[in-house]
Ligand binder design. Sequence first.
Ligand code: 5GP
Length: 135
Amino acid sequence: MPSIFSRIVKGELPCASVYQDEQTMAFMDINPASKGHVLVICKAEYPRLLDVPSELLAAVAETTQKVARAIMQALQPEGFNVLQNDGAAAGQVVFHYHVHIIPRWTDDGVRPFGRPGSADPAELETIAAQIRAHL
Ligand code: 5GP
């Protein structure tokens, strides 16, 4: 069965898209840890870091840098976390390789895990448009 992210890639499920190219895609996390929390995925479905061909890892890293630059311009955080949860024990829920970009502000109290509830889709679309304007 295709992952939830493969269904987003195919357009079967909606997302607030930020960027895509041939190999990668970036979109707003449905349950953001902070304002502007973006997921960067490789379009091809590989469950975990050790499964991903190195050229795709490089493509994800490049997109991560590109999108992080746009987030810095659009939302002006003071920094950001880039993280990948690998394996259920490490908190991975979606087994389709992806990287989180979580914008951070001093004393923002953000806890990347155990976040309550989903975000308002219209609000995610507004933030995605702000970031897209810098890509
Ligand atoms: P993981 O714990 O696997 O590293 O993170 C999975 C992330 O995917 C979570 O932060 C979760 O909020 C996000 N997520 C799960 N399902 C969806 C979805 O259908 N759409 C979007 N945009 N994000 C999702």
